[in-house]
Design a protein around this ligand. Structure first.
Ligand code: PAF
Length: 278
């Protein structure tokens, strides 16, 4: 069956009626191998796989890149078709937000106002609201989210648990270029020199991970400060480089808690994020 591209909620519901196991990959388009890997992860568990493409204005700040976010629908549909996606759901704003979205989901501040939420106020309100709405529309049994957006995955997992949504959330490992750079739609903003520099973010996360293993939790403040200083010395503007416990991204209290190193920094005008479980 050729892939179906549907633009309305009514068409999507009609298409999915009777499907015993819907797998879902929400995206904002401009797809790269990381997104396609998420489709491959849900494919074996689903009778039908849906990917959504919707650049969600609600999760962008006023000075962020909503207007210039790349829209590449035809290439995206071809790529999704090549990995066995059945349905692309690509609503326009009038379909998804026919009225200004007055009902919004506010994730708890302790999860959503730290790290990404501190530097992108309102981001997780926008993400949680659109993901909940998409879940209600698609009614998936399983949905895949990339681990590159580590905090987003955590917020969605908490939302699904607290709201008792009958959806299995499947994490997808970060897909990387050969030089280690995590694949991201925003990598397309990088000029050639910036692209050559960009893998340093992951290199630094690896160094942070090695140091915390060697020096212990007590050294975390120094490791974080050194990492920020060395990135700044290379011309980046770091937002955060930090080592947290995986469960809730708070500072770790004991050496037995599983850890993750997380980073966000601007290279020129492009903001990159990445993380590494330790
Ligand atoms: O990760 C993304 O691309 C977006 O935040 C998502 C989950 C599709 C919601 O708009």
């Amino acid at each position: 069956m050729p892939i179906r591209v549907l633009h309305t909620i009514a068409e999507l519901r009609a298409e999915l009626k009777g499907q015993p196991a819907v797998g879902f990959v929400p995206t904002m388009g401009n797809l790269h191998q990381g997104h396609l890997d998420l489709v491959k992860i849900v494919r074996p568990r689903a009778s039908a796989v849906v990917a959504s493409i919707f650049v969600n204005r609600l999760q962008f700040g006023p000075n962020e890149d909503f207007d210039r976010y790349p829209r590449t629908m035809e290439a995206d549909v071809r790529a999704l078709d090549s990995v066995g996606c059945d349905v692309v759901f690509a609503p326009d704003e009038r379909e998804l937000y026919p009225l200004a979205q007055g009902y919004k989901l506010h994730p708890p501040a302790e999860l959503a106002d730290i790290l990404e939420g501190q530097f992108r106020p309102g981001f997780f309100v926008g993400v949680a609201t659109v993901v909940l709405k998409l879940f209600n529309i698609v009614q998936p049994h399983a949905a895949a989210f990339g681990q590159k957006d580590y905090q987003q995955l955590m917020v969605i997992r908490h939302m699904v648990a607290q709201m008792a949504l009958p959806i299995e959330i499947i994490p997808g490992p970060t897909t990387r270029a050969d030089d280690g750079l995590a694949l991201s739609s925003r990598n397309g903003y990088l000029g050639p020199d910036e692209r050559a520099e960009a893998p340093q973010l992951y290199a630094l996360l690896r160094r942070m991970a090695e140091r915390v293993k060697a020096e212990g939790l007590g050294a975390v403040p120094l490791i974080e400060a050194d990492a920020a200083a060395s990135l700044a010395a290379r011309g980046w503007k770091p937002d955060y480089l930090t080592i947290r416990r995986r469960a809730d991204l708070k500072p770790a209290a004991s050496p037995h808690e599983p850890l993750v190193a997380l980073a966000a920094a601007k290279l020129g005008s492009t903001r990159l994020i990445d993380n590494l479980e330790i």
